[in-house]
Design a binder for this molecule. Structure first.
Ligand code: PLP
Length: 458
């Protein structure tokens, strides 16, 4: 079958020829253990030979279904033709001059595209960086410089990266922060709407969050409120309707910049270019990365022109930010998203996900919640008959999926969420096959860990 992107035409099918991981992967894994820091771990140590659309092929010849997309990065699939062609052309022309030294068109073109695609019709400008965390750090720098205020407000379960500033902004201790302090100061965390666990209206939780800001920080000290419209690492938490608009309205009324971190939700993932669009949010600044460039490292801050221009010349930048090869890849990726209408495709994948995951919830007492939007959906696992998190069950299901050749990722503050992030070029058939394996895996683990009695409790 040909790839819709014209990328590698790998057979779009799950096919295992060895145990997972196979002998070649195991050998490479022991070499890795002698060479690579133990601080870097891998969800599934199959070593990759090739990848395209819905599959990853490992060095043992196993073909696995990819429900992670490299953490929501290869939205356009691996090696989409336009990404490859643009990158190859750019590598042959020049690889780096540093935009701060001698600029080039690709950077400008990516900024033009971002200014056009991000929410809001107001004049916008952008700046490019290498990683999501770096984009978030720069959004904080811009917000502080523009507002002449210092405090940054973030939310429970939020994730913003692993640098010092962004560790301070990230909620979860293990593994992101543990032993790595002290963290940057002037970061304040307030409640987020988490419908499965708080069962309150979006506006009620927003009221609480705003009271906390007013009483503990003081609105006039706050430079920015930074929020993921759907929390990624936190477990695909979709705030109740009304929560995000209420937070934005408070920010707007108090001279606080409203910043949406769309690093995981962006670029067609939820069925829109950006998830902020769903409640008509207009962020003052938006951070993007992951899906932007088909797998090459690139990130951006895009925002109101007057804010982005308030920084002194030379105040922003970095040696590699907006590297020409990454920019070429981004232009190829964005063109692919438009050509293939990946927003509609994400919606189609989302319909399959919603239907199948909802069935799993009806079937299994360990599935407490199904949530997400478009091609970004998750299951939250609980102890049967309760809302108590069930991380052991979650990790057993993930392992069982991996052994059967389906790569799934976990998430969540309580490590009890399986999140699904298929590449948007994956076929619906392959997604369904991946979900069949997820269903079998849950059924199996139910028998092993919960026992037939509770397994039927529903
Ligand atoms: C992944 C992620 C980041 C950090 O991006 P890196 O490229 O890993 O630095 C920040 N915010 C969100 C919402 C993310 O999902």
């Amino acid at each position: 079958m040909n790839s819709p992107t014209g990328g590698p035409s790998l057979e779009q099918k799950r096919h295992l020829v060895t145990a997972i991981p196979g002998p070649k992967s195991q050998a490479l894994h022991s070499r890795r253990q002698s060479a690579v820091s133990a601080g870097i771990s891998s969800t599934l140590p199959i070593y990759v030979q090739a990848a395209g659309d819905g599959v990853i092929v490992d060095i043992d010849g196993n073909s696995l279904i990819d429900l992670g997309a490299g953490i929501a990065v290869v939205n356009v699939g691996n090696s989409a033709t336009k990404v490859v062609a643009n990158v190859q052309a750019q590598v042959g022309q020049f690889t780096h001059t540093c935009f701060m030294v001698a600029p080039y068109e690709g950077y400008v073109e990516v900024c033009e595209a971002l200014n056009e695609l991000t929410p809001g019709t107001h004049p916008k400008k952008s700046a490019l960086f290498n990683s999501g965390a770096e984009a978030v750090e720069n959004a904080v720098k811009i917000a502080r410089s523009y507002t002449k205020r210092q405090a940054i407000v973030v939310f429970e379960h939020g994730y913003h990266g692993r640098t010092n500033m962004t560790m301070a902004m990230t909620a979860k201790n293990m593994p992101y922060k543990h032993t790595f302090g002290p963290f940057a100061n002037e970061v304040y965390r307030v409640p987020v709407s988490y419908p499965f666990r708080d069962e309150r209206s979006g506006s009620d939780v927003a009221k609480d969050a705003i009271t906390r800001i007013e009483k503990e920080v003081g609105g006039s000290n706050v430079a920015a409120i930074v929020i993921e419209p759907i929390q990624g690492e936190g477990g695909f938490i979709v705030p109740a309707l009304g929560f995000l608009p209420a937070i934005q309205a408070y920010a707007n009324a108090n001279g606080i910049l409203f910043i949406t971190d769309e690093i995981q939700t962006g670029f067609c993932r939820t069925g829109s270019w950006f998830a902020s669009e769903d409640e008509n949010l207009t962020p003052d600044l938006i951070t993007t990365a992951k899906g932007i460039a088909g797998g090459l490292p690139l990130a951006a801050v895009t925002g109101r022109a007057e804010i982005m221009d308030a920084i002194h010349p030379g105040g922003l930048g970095g040696t590699y930010g907006g590297n020409p090869i990454a920019c070429a890849a981004a232009l190829g990726a964005i063109a692919t998203m438009k050509d293939l209408d990946l927003n509609s495709k994400a919606t189609q994948l989302g319909e399959v996900l919603t239907q199948r995951l909802t069935e799993l919830k009806a079937q299994f007492s360990t599935v407490g919640d199904v949530r997400g939007r478009g091609a970004m959906q998750a299951l939250e696992f609980v102890l049967p008959g309760t809302k108590d998190p069930n991380p052991e069950f979650t990790s057993a299901v993930a392992k069982r999926c991996h052994a059967a050749g389906v790569l799934v990722l976990t998430a969540g503050t309580y490590s009890n969420v399986i999140r699904l992030l298929p590449p948007l070029t994956m076929s619906l058939e392959l997604l369904n096959e991946g979900l069949d394996v997820l269903e079998e895996s849950i059924a199996d683990v139910m028998q092993q860990m919960v026992g037939p009695e509770l397994a039927s409790l529903k």
